[in-house]
Design a protein around this ligand. Sequence first.
Ligand code: ADP
Length: 512
Amino acid sequence: MENRILVVDDEKEIREMLLKALTRLTEFRVELAGDGEEALKKIEQEDFDLVLTDLKMPKKDGLQLVADIAKSKPEILTVVMTGHGTIDSALEAMKQGASDYLLKPLNLEEMVVRLQKVLDERQRFVRLRDFAAQLERANQELKRADGMKSEFVSVASHELRTPLATIKNAIQLVLRGKAGEINETQTNFLSMADKNINRLTNILNNLLDLSRIESGRIKIKSQELDLRGLVEFILSSFKPQAEGKSIHLDMEVVEGFSPVYGDRENIEQILTNLLGNAIKFTPEGGKVSVLVNPFREEGGMVAISVRDSGIGIPEDQLEKVFKKFYQVEGSLHRSVSGTGLGLAITKGLVEASDGTIWVESEIGKGSTFTFTLPVSKGEKRDPHFRLALDGAFQRAQENFSSLTLFLIEVLDERAEAKDALLDQLEETVKKCIYRKLDIVLQREKEKILSVICEVDLQGAQVIRQRIEGEIQKHFIKDRDNPPVIKLGVATYPEEAISKRNLFRRAKEKLRS
Ligand code: ADP
C-alpha cells in the first residue's frame, strides 16, 4: 500500500529537496506544508500515514504540531528533523509522541530507511491490534455461546424433569397394583424402568446444578450454622446405605471452633456428594469418617474432611477428579456407575460458599476430601457495596459480558490518617474511571476502596495501570514517608464465576 507523507518545513528549498528525494527513492505520496498550522489544515482534509516535520518554524512550531497530532490524530506517525544544537527539543518531541528524529544535515538514504522502519513498525502494530480485536470478538462470541449452552442445558433439564416425574408416578401406581394385579415378570420390568428413571432424574438434577454454578446463578443464603448437628443429620441419612455394605460410619469433631457461616442447603449437598462417593468407592467392611477441624481457623476458616478406607485415587488424577465428566481410569472405578459430575458440582458449591476443596489419597488405602468454610466472625457485610456489586454482576450475566472488581487498601496508617487518605484515594481513583456505569465506593467496615468496572481482563489491565499511575503521582512520588497502598483485581468470568468468588479472588490478590 502506498504511504502518504506530509513534509513540514518553513524553508522552501528543503521542502522541495525532500519532495524530490522521497519521490525518487520511495513510492511515498508526498505533500508539503510551510508551517504547523498549514500542516494541521491538510491533516484535517486528507489522510496521512506520517508527518515529517522541522522543529523550528513560525506560527506553530514542530513540537506543538507533534503534540497536537498525538492528541487529535494519534494514528498518524510523526518524525522530527533537528540540528545538533536542538537535540533536547527532539527528545521532548519524542516524549510528546514523535516516533523518531533525524539529525540535520539529512542523509537522504538514512532518512528513507528510518521512515520506512517507522512505517513498518506501525503496520505490524496495526496488524497486532486487529488480531487482538479479532480475538476479543471471538472470545465474546465464545462467552455468548457458552452462556447459551448453560441456558439450554438448564431449560432442557428443567423441562424434562416434569414429564419424568409423571412417568415415575404412573410406574409406581402400576407397581403398587393400583391399576390391577401384575405378575412377577411385569414387576421386574417396571422396577427396572423405575430405577432408570431415578438415574435419569439424578443426571438431570446434576446438569441443572452445574449450569446454575457455571452461569453464576447459584444463590447463597448464608447464616450461622450448627455444624455438628448438620453433620449428624447427614450421616444418619447414610446409615442404611452404609449398613448395606457393612461400612462403619463415624464422626470426629475437634471442639472449640467458632460458629460457621454458610448456606445450609449447599453444605448439605456438599457433604451428601462426598459421603455418597466415600461409601460408593469403599469395599464391604470399610470405614468412612467425617472430621470437623478448626485447624485452619486462624485464617477465618474451618476444615471439614470426609475420609474413607476405600480404593483410593492415583496421584496423577487427584486434580482431575474435580473436572466435569471426569471419572478415574481403572476397573475398580469403572465398575461403579456415575456421571462424573458430582465433584465438579461439589467444588462449585464449596467455592460459592467462599471455601476451597482438595483431596489426598493413596491407592488401596483410601481418600480424604477436605473442604473449608468461613467462620462467621470473618464475614463483613456492607449493604451499599453488596447492592452495587449485585447490580453490576446481574448486568454482566445477562449481557454475557465481563466485570472487574478492584480493591484498594491503605496499610500502615493510623486510623484517622487512613480515613483521610482513603477519601483522597477515592477522589483520585474516580478520575481514572470514565464510564457512567462504573462504580467507586468504600467498604465501610474494612476501610477498603472498591471499584466495579464492566471490563474484561484486557480492560482491567489498562484501568489498573491508570490507577497505579495516579497513586504513584499523588501519594508516593516526592513523599518522604509514602503510605503503602495495595491493589487486588479479579475479573468475571475469566477468574471467578460467582460474585463471592470474584470478591474473594480480589481480596486474595490484595493480601498476597
Ligand atoms: P461420579 O461419582 O458420578 O463418577 P464424581 O465427580 O463424584 O462423579 O467423581 C469423579 C470420579 O472421582 C469418580 O468417578 C471416581 O473415579 C473418583 N472418586 C470420587 N470420590 C472418590 C473416592 N472417595 N474414592 C475413590 N475415588 C473417588
